[in-house]
Design a protein around this ligand. Structure first.
Ligand code: SF4
Length: 571
């Protein structure tokens, strides 16, 4: 029997996320290619975190015929539930594994290993001795050819790519079942879904820092193909979906794709796509999007408004359209061929606020923009930081809402225009960047969070993920979830409803709701507005309370007792 192992070292690309709780299409398509070749093949899927925790998984690799490693970050990211594999780790884990044909797939194979913003990638050469094939093309196509060629890696061209998006239609369906082996399956696993790949702006060279233009002009999957994949994932048990694997969801099936830089969006296609997804997965828990091009939205407000309304009709609330603004400096915009001016980005932000800022059932606004900025670009000066700040201040002063502001330093990816200058630019403005970041955190992000989620707001279905001391960290499922610190130690991997009590720069403090005042940990009670350390001790000494009056008496302050009522539950 054919035995294959897939090691997911996680990917993070401009248009694809595969770090837990996300699973990218890479392992799903590859598993599909294997089961398409041999439906009886035994496939074992493991994440790098499972290996880090238990080396015994390596034994299975040693007995496999093929080992496929998926890896690579080509955009800088921060993660809570897993960290992408490093080249050093790969060498140490794989150097003694002899039997299988070993393949490296994903952005690490194409561009090298990016480990953090502002630093050059580690060249793939660092791991070439532990692999038979470094797959510059598409993993699923190369694996499929390898199987057809009786595992003879010498016969395989590692740069083989799919000829068109329809080449993966069976793989996408057949590979859905591999998700069952993910440690986060099913309650906490989000599947990243591809609708097309390649960027419309490839025809004008694309943005200077981005790896997407190397994938060519867009080629769309059909609505039927996407919905059949969703059906297969749903039947496998998946309930969380993000339609995030493309440069701009508003441009799916856009008219003039491949011919013009900003093709006209196609609201009918988006309506049919999202309607189809809901039919395919009727009781899904999460349906979110990711990237949207503000240049497209600003140029086509009528179509974009219709599309945003369709998305809101079918999605789940708390959704984010990530706008790659990158820079509000017109000089940087020009030199790096960026996609939108500051005015265009502002108009797109306003449009999305008009359509999507109403609060949804999970406590978050329906659909809001998130902004990505990139630093270290060509033409960047100290004035760039001033212009970027003025742009953010204008958004804030116009009482608009943003779900997130992502300030990143460029990863100089080989093959992009940034490769030779990115690192130098970042060094030059290192302290300016740190100052800017602090100022934005303090004067824009924190006040924006308060505006977005006033104290006492109820957030539902918050999943506990990790601890730091006596603080439990949790997040809602979906695109760009807000980090929530719950004071006290609560069981992990459970869902809670919580009420907001305080704010960090980019995170929230919240308490479970309704809170049982008779059993809650001291740290939780202390954090309820107006309680503090001393009153928490008094509450502790006088527990249990049987009536509201008993609690009021213990607190000696009717106003605070009324405040607390908003958060607690008495028998
Ligand atoms: S518009 Fe720019 S950033 Fe977006 S995918 Fe295209 S090249 Fe990359």
């Amino acid at each position: 029997m054919l035995r294959v192992s897939i090691l997911d070292g996680y990917v993070d690309e401009p248009t694809c996320l595969g770090v837990p709780p996300y699973i990218s299409p890479y392992p799903r398509y590859i598993a599909g290619a294997i089961w398409d070749f041999d439906s009886q093949a035994s496939i074992s899927y493991v994440t790098i975190d499972q290996i880090r925790n238990d080396n015994a998984f390596l034994n299975y690799f040693s007995k496999s015929d093929v080992l496929v490693v998926i890896a690579g970050m080509s955009v800088p990211g921060r993660y809570l539930s897993g960290f992408p594999v490093s080249p050093k780790e790969l060498v140490s884990f794989l150097k003694d594994i002899q039997k299988p044909v070993k393949l490296l797939v994903g952005p690490a194979a194409r561009y090298g290993f990016g480990m953090s913003g502002g630093k050059h990638v580690t060249e793939t050469d660092a791991v070439k001795n532990v692999f038979h094939l470094i797959v510059k093309g598409d993993g699923e196509i190369v694996v499929s050819e390898l199987l057809k060629n009786h595992l003879n890696s010498d016969k395989i061209d590692p740069s083989l790519c799919r000829k068109n998006p329809h080449a993966i239609k069976n793989f996408a369906i057949k590979g859905a079942a591999i998700t069952k082996q993910h440690p986060y399956f099913p309650a906490h696993l989000i599947t990243e879904i591809e609708t097309y790949r390649g960027c419309f702006r490839t025809i004008v060279g694309g943005c200077s820092f981005c790896s997407e233009p190397s994938k060519g002009v867009p080629s769309f999957r059909t609505i039927d193909e996407i919905c059949k994949e969703i059906t297969a994932l749903y039947n496998a048990g998946i309930r969380h979906f993000r339609i995030g694997n493309q440069p701009c969801i508003f441009s799916y099936m856009a008219k003039g794709a491949g011919e013009v830089e900003f093709p006209q969006p196609n609201p009918k296609a988006l309506e049919r796509l999202f309607h189809g997804i809901r039919i395919a997965a009727p009781n899904l828990n999460t349906l979110h999007i990711d990237n949207a091009n503000p240049g497209v939205i600003a140029r086509y407000p009528k179509e974009s408004r219709r599309i945003a309304k369709s998305i809101i009709h079918y999605h789940t609330p708390g959704d984010v359209a990530a706008f790659g603004v990158e820079s509000a400096d017109p000089i940087v915009m020009k030199k790096n061929n960026l996609k939108a001016s500051a005015d265009e980005a502002f108009n797109a932000i306003r449009l999305l606020n008009e359509v999507g800022s109403q609060r949804g059932a999970n406590g978050l606004p329906e659909l809001l923009p998130g902004l990505n900025f990139v630093f270290g670009l060509d033409g960047e000066t100290k004035n760039t930081f001033t212009l970027n700040y003025e742009f953010l201040k204008k958004i804030y002063d116009n009482t608009l809402l943003l779900r997130r502001i992502n300030l990143r330093q460029v990863i100089p990816i080989p093959g992009t225009k940034m490769y030779n200058v990115g690192e130098k630019n970042i060094r030059k403005h290192k302290s300016e960047f740190q100052r800017f970041k602090r100022k934005v955190r303090e004067t824009i992000e924190r006040p924006m969070l308060k505006r977005l989620l006033p104290q006492g707001t109820l957030l539902t279905q918050v999943f506990t993920e990790t601890y730091e001391g006596k603080l439990t960290f949790a997040r809602q499922m979906g695109s760009y979830p807000l980090l929530i610190g719950i004071p006290g130690v609560y069981p992990l991997h459970q869902f809670y409803n919580v009420k907001i009590v305080d704010y960090g720069y980019r995170s929230l403090t919240a308490v479970p709701f309704p809170l049982d005042i008779n059993t809650a940990p001291r740290e939780t009670v202390e954090s309820i507005p107006g309680v503090g350390k001393k009153r928490a001790i008094r509450i502790f000494l006088k527990r249990p309370f049987h009536t509201k009056e008993e609690l009021i008496k213990a607190l000696d302050d009717i106003q605070i007792a009324q405040n607390i009522e908003e958060y607690v539950q008495l028998p």
